[in-house]
Ligand binder design. Sequence first.
Ligand SMILES: [Zn+2]
Length: 152
Amino acid sequence: MKVHLNQIPAGGTLHLEGSEDAAFLELQLAGASAVAPLDYSLDAGLSEGGLFATGQLSLQVQLKCVACLETFEQELRVDPFALQKELGSQELVDLGPEIREEFQLAVPAYPRCDGEGGRVCPASFPTSPADDASLPAGPAAWGALDKLKPKD
Ligand SMILES: [Zn+2]
């Protein structure tokens, strides 16, 4: 996603809105795949020696549930998105690297198909509402793993 600096009005902002192919996000590295183009709505402006951009980004992705291993779709949102970038002499500035980084971080590390409450994961166990099933194994489980380690 590139911004032409000469399109930004002096003292004002340039509104960028639309959708763009999500391949540049390289979401497969984070275990997700885009099922639709990236939607964006950003305002870019110039400040002292730099470019700033703020707005929202959203993308529908397919994830694999860590519990039942079924794939499911979820919307990833980066809202608010905000970046500040120093400018060199270039006329065309690519916001792609910053946007890619935000989406890589937005992909859940332990995706669950019931994460948004819209469905019940077939692999879920009855738990009290206070239990957070997405937490990794606690100390008790580590103790059990330690016992499995071969003794030197
Ligand atoms: Zn599931």
